[in-house]
Ligand binder design. Structure first.
Ligand SMILES: [Zn+2]
Ligand SMILES: [Zn+2]
Length: 129
């Protein structure tokens, strides 16, 4: 395989993974992304998937949310907060409730104005209660 062909394959893999991340709200772990992507691209290796995800993360194209025992990926990089379940490890978006909070709505604090934020809430989700 030539370098050009390799590059082309990598680009196709990258856009497939990005498309998958964009299509879900489940904040999948790298392993979950790999298992899903493998169904469509059976020849892709775990290492490649991990490398691509890391690359997205470094470029700020996706969010990486650290939980107790995993890293979860989110292609939605707009300001929003997450709820992390301490039992099942699932990551949920909690935007609606947060938008009612004065600081997040006005993007201002006494110290200065807010450009972006990352908020993680920890608790036990409905499914685990
Ligand atoms: Zn849970
Ligand atoms: Zn999210």
């Amino acid at each position: 395989m030539t370098i050009a062909q390799k590059k082309e394959r990598m680009t196709a893999q990258k856009s497939f993974i990005f498309g998958y991340l964009k299509s879900v709200k489940t904040h999948p772990s790298a392993e979950a992304v790999f298992n899903e992507v493998k169904k469509k691209l059976p020849n892709i290796s775990q290492g490649t998937v991990y490398r691509i995800l890391n690359n997205f993360k470094e470029k700020g194209e996706v969010l990486a949310i650290d939980t107790k025992d995993n890293v979860h990926f989110d292609a939605d990089i707009s300001d929003h907060a997450h709820f992390i379940c301490e039992k099942c490890g699932n990551v949920y978006d909690v935007m609606a409730e947060c938008s009612k909070c004065g600081i997040l709505k006005n993007k201002k604090t006494k110290v200065g104005s807010i450009n972006k934020y990352l908020i993680n809430f920890y608790g036990v989700c409905k499914n685990c209660k």
